[in-house]
Write a protein that binds this ligand. Structure first.
Ligand code: FES
Length: 326
């Protein structure tokens, strides 16, 4: 039996790294609060409360100056990103200094795997070690995206485990949701489940038999943050494709998901031309359309196991029941 999980860290994904710039401020909401993200002159991503210390105008409507500080659009107060301190007030007299306690709240922001994570727990020190260890480099060939789903966050994470194809848009390959390859297991802090996958076929659907499943689709979930790493592996155990997905509840019924894709098939040893072509055709993204009717039919085999609600024996029983029914 697996212990019941305590899911939810204070690191929340808020943006793709590529969205944060040193020229245009980015407004983001997270857990009911508003933030402004930008890069300082050194290119470090910064997060401040999106409310000016003067009269509460949104700093995200302002501009970033040459020194990499953010200037309020209303009366021009200027704040630095690493401390949140106000460093300039345009209408101060020559001999007046900016009072040292004029500032806005600053928040720790880290970038990992091409995604930006905000620390929102004011009561605790930001700890990067709470993010999972993951060897993931998207490189120049990677793609990325973000989606808003009308689905509670916990249901989104559970569905990634139970029926990933319901919340993913696949191209070039198909995930066989109900064909698990053995029991879920734990590895290096990840909860892992493997299922069959196959290349997409031209010429419509046909009945598949297990011999048609040349690929393994692996879902790795970090129990603490809900960050998922999805991997596609071929029959030679070569990692072909992987996606990191980080998600956060926006409201009780809406989830924001950010993802970044790495195409490992380009790394050594190089794949033969036909396989490389197939890999090139693969796309995997979080879908912003979820089929609610299909979702209601999903059996929580894997998420129940992950949460400790059911054990492997009941997974096997449920699979056997499903087999008899079909
Ligand atoms: S409200 Fe920002 S400077 Fe006045």
């Amino acid at each position: 039996m697996i212990d019941r999980q305590k899911l939810g860290s204070s690191w929340h994904p808020v943006a793709l790294s590529s969205e944060i710039s040193g020229s245009v401020p980015l407004a983001r909401q997270c857990r009911g609060r508003e933030y402004v993200l930008f890069r300082d002159r050194k290119g470090v991503a910064r997060a401040l409360e999106d409310r000016c210390a003067h009269r509460r105008a949104p700093l995200s409507m302002g501009q970033i100056n040459d020194a990499g500080q953010i200037q309020c659009p209303y009366h021009g107060w200027t704040f630095e990103g690493d401390s949140g301190r106000c460093v300039a007030i345009p209408n101060l007299g020559k001999n007046e200094a900016v009072p040292g306690d004029y500032r806005v709240e600053k928040y720790p922001l880290v970038e990992k795997w091409g995604l930006a994570f905000l620390w929102v727990d004011a009561g605790k020190e930001a700890d990067e070690n709470l993010l999972p260890k993951l060897d993931f480099k998207a490189g120049k060939q990677g793609s990325e995206g973000e989606a808003l789903l009308t689905l509670p966050w916990r249901a989104f994470v559970d569905t990634l485990l139970d029926a990933p194809s319901l919340v993913l848009a696949e191209k070039g390959m198909s995930i066989i949701d109900d064909h698990l390859l053995g029991e879920p297991f734990r590895e290096d802090g990840w909860f892992v489940v493997e299922r069959a996958a196959t290349w997409s076929r031209r010429g419509g659907k046909r009945k598949l038999v297990p011999a048609d499943y040349p690929l393994v689709f692996r879902t790795r979930l970090d129990s603490f943050t809900g960050i998922a790493c999805l991997e596609l592996v071929d029959e030679g155990n070569r990692l072909l494709f992987s996606v990191v997905i980080a998600s956060v509840p926006v409201t009780g019924t809406v989830t924001a998901a950010y993802w970044r894709v790495a195409r490992q098939y380009r790394s050594e040893p190089a794949l033969d031309g036909k396989l490389a072509d197939k890999c090139r055709s693969i796309e995997l993204a979080v879908s912003d359309k979820v089929d609610a009717r299909r979702l209601l039919q999903v059996h929580p085999y894997v998420s129940g196991y992950w949460r400790g609600d059911i054990n492997v024996y009941s997974i096997e029983q449920a699979s056997a029941r499903k087999g008899k029914a079909s």
